[in-house]
Design a protein around this ligand. Sequence first.
Ligand SMILES: *[C@@H]1O[C@H](CO)[C@@H](O)[C@H](O)[C@H]1NC(C)=O
Ligand SMILES: *[C@@H]1O[C@H](CO)[C@@H](O)[C@H](O)[C@H]1NC(C)=O
Ligand SMILES: *[C@@H]1O[C@H](CO)[C@@H](O)[C@H](O)[C@H]1NC(C)=O
Length: 265
Amino acid sequence: MIISPHIVISLLTIVPLTTLAFPAQSISVKCENPNYYSTKYSMRGYSEEPNLDLLMSSLIQTTPRAGFVASIIGEPPHQVYGLAQCRSDVSNESCTSCLVKASQYLLRSCPYENGGIAYFDQCAVRYSADNFFFQLSTIEQHFAGCMLLSPPNEYQFKKQIFSMVKSISQIAAFNKTVRMFATGVNTQVYNSSRVYGMVQCTRDLSEHQCYKCLRQSFYRLSSVCVGSWESTSGSLSCILKISRVKVFDSDLTWVPPPDPDSMES
Ligand SMILES: *[C@@H]1O[C@H](CO)[C@@H](O)[C@H](O)[C@H]1NC(C)=O
Ligand SMILES: *[C@@H]1O[C@H](CO)[C@@H](O)[C@H](O)[C@H]1NC(C)=O
Ligand SMILES: *[C@@H]1O[C@H](CO)[C@@H](O)[C@H](O)[C@H]1NC(C)=O
């Protein structure tokens, strides 16, 4: 297993389990490792740099109204490619402020890279020196924060997590209303605990690419983080989080149907 040093996963707010009403902000950044590409290593100090700054300010301006924007700035061979998106339930103002933070965070996190993506709660921003539009990233998935735990009934545990992740992945990919972002909770996992899930794809992908990306992420996560409660898996094209704490600030897209065998009521 290779874990890239470029991955930064952080919780800005540490939320104690007793204050779940106050959501944390979760941030994931993945830089585009230049080794996978034939193009230049960094835009900093090159002709692309002004184009990158232009790209970011244009994305910040145009995305709140549109929800999703993909844009190319500059003349060949100094073009830069970018996209930005906000969640469907986010106001124009919150979208703008999220994009400002996300773009700054992304440029700080990936200063000497070919590109990268920052996933925030309310928005995501990606840029690259290469045209990545409509392509499912083939760069190796990353994962972080596996917190291993052996629940008493591991088989049941896996089944329930699997069913939640499958449901929210299908919703994110195929329900156009949610703009490729969905969240869910499983309330019947273990000792009355809850496990939350969050998935998101970049919206240049097709429905099937999004679903495939999330399935691959979950496959990687479940083969590496066996029985884990806390994990993040994803790529330049999508992200999947599983957590005991509600580390996102949106309403839940999916809750499980009532289980007739459950002791809870
Ligand atoms: C954002 O502003 C535009 C006009 O600038 C408006 O058409 C749109 O409905 C607004 N969206 C939200 C979510 O407030
Ligand atoms: C799509 O998502 C919206 C918002 O969550 C929901 O109201 C709607 O019923 C969903 N559509 C389908 C076909 O599931
Ligand atoms: C189950 O939950 C109870 C109450 O929240 C807690 O006291 C107990 O330690 C938990 N048991 C395990 C095995 O986590």
